[in-house]
Design a binder for this molecule. Structure first.
Ligand code: PMP
Length: 385
């Protein structure tokens, strides 16, 4: 049988478009090559401009977790108090990370599918003095988008704590700005809404974050130290650690695509697409795990319909055979549904193919749906856009 093309519909890595692949396939040059130096400088400049950051932007080789570590390492020291706002698995990741750093960690945990609110944060900040607050913008285990702008407002109104936002499953697909929103550190990585292969950790630090870094002196960490990388980010002709040259070219192409689409339209497209795929899945009985109004535009957790008899592992295996790679659920939702990304540089063809494959997988797993029901909702929505 002819092999079906695999669509990477897990919540990251996301499909990489041809023009970005081409950048990764280029012949690698020396990191001091003047053309590459200019490209790297342009990338840093664009990141600052597009995310409205009057501070600094950093791009280093690593995954999203490294960016989380880099964020905490540069703005907190042993003995300080951190409030971790967790909406699930990746929010919780900050707990261990901060404890290892010797911080005193308190955690606000939302029920799975719900979000910590600005009111929760303000109430906790009124109880105790914190130097740092972390929040995960889009929680990849639940498909919940936290109200980041409002949480930032609550943090700055009620305390002098710095705010770290994990934008791994959000940045480039949901609006985030550094200075206007009052985000002190935003971190993300290349393989999600940027649509680049995994391998780049990216981070923005506002003025207040840089001031805090300056008070810390020599920090215990080396690779993630802002002080080591800042000279390179200001002038990429300098050396500290070898930059991932081809991935930086790929990021440059990703930013070009974003500028061509326009960030506002890109965010609006994600909102439209996310809502449409959710509606399509609901039309065939699936439940979106994230409660309204916290549904993320970038990815969703779809819980299997009650009484459908769908077996989780079988369903995801059949779906993969039908050409769509999805992810299993974590924590409270494990075995009860699957996770699908709808972010990055995915177009209408991809969305229609993905929902079509879900319909076939339902049928093959014995859950008899009316063919075209989910697709119909999606198609009509796309046609009316
Ligand atoms: N934060 C969030 C919200 C994530 O979704 C992920 C990865 N899925 C991470 C952090 C960790 O990123 P990485 O796997 O690239 O280390």
């Amino acid at each position: 049988m002819l092999k079906t093309k695999k669509l990477v519909m897990i919540p990251g890595p996301t499909p990489v478009v041809r023009s970005i692949q081409d950048q990764m396939g280029r012949e690698t040059v020396a990191f001091g090559d003047p053309d590459f130096v200019a490209d790297f400088a342009e990338v840093i400049g664009d990141l600052k401009t597009l995310w409205k950051c009057g501070g600094e932007a950093f791009v280093v080789a690593g995954s999203g977790t490294l960016a989380m570590e880099m964020a905490v390492a540069n703005v907190a020291k042993r003995g300080e108090n951190v409030l971790v706002c967790s909406n699930g698995f990746f929010g919780d990741r900050f707990i261990d990370l901060c404890e290892r750093k010797g911080l005193n960690v308190d955690v606000l945990k939302a029920r799975w599918g719900e979000s910590i609110t600005p009111e929760n944060v303000a109430a906790q900040l009124a109880r105790k003095d914190y130097q740092l607050v972390t929040v995960t913008h889009v929680e990849t285990s639940t498909g919940v988008a936290a109200p980041v702008a409002e949480i930032a407002g609550a943090v700055h109104e009620t305390s002098s704590a710095l705010l770290i936002v994990d934008g791994v499953a959000a940045t480039g697909g949901v609006e985030e700005t550094i200075d206007p929103m009052g985000i002190d550190i935003l971190l993300t990585c290349s393989q999600k809404a940027f649509g680049v292969a995994p391998g780049l950790a990216m981070l923005w630090a506002g003025q207040r974050a840089m001031e805090k870094r300056a008070t810390l002196g020599r920090i215990p960490e080396s690779y993630v130290d802002f002080d080591k990388w800042l000279p390179i980010m200001h002038n990429p002709a300098k050396y500290w650690g070898t930059p991932p040259i081809n991935l930086i070219w790929a990021l440059k192409e990703s930013l070009r695509i974003m500028k061509e689409e326009g960030l506002e339209e890109r965010y609006a497209r994600h909102a439209r697409q996310g809502a449409l795929v959710d509606a399509a899945m609901e039309a065939i009985g699936f439940t979106v795990a994230a409660r309204k109004p916290y549904r993320a535009p970038t990815l969703s957790v779809y819980l299997y319909p009650e009484g459908s008899g769908i077996d989780d592992v079988q369903f995801r295996t059949v779906l993969a055979d039908e050409g769509v790679q999805s992810a299993g659920c974590l924590g409270d939702f494990q075995g009860k549904g699957f996770r699908m990304g709808h972010m990055g540089n995915i177009d209408r063809h991809t969305l229609v193919s993905a929902v079509g494959a879900v319909e076939r997988a339902c049928f093959k797993c014995g859950y008899r749906i009316e063919f075209g029901k989910a697709l119909g909702v999606l198609q009509e929505g796309l046609a009316r856009e």
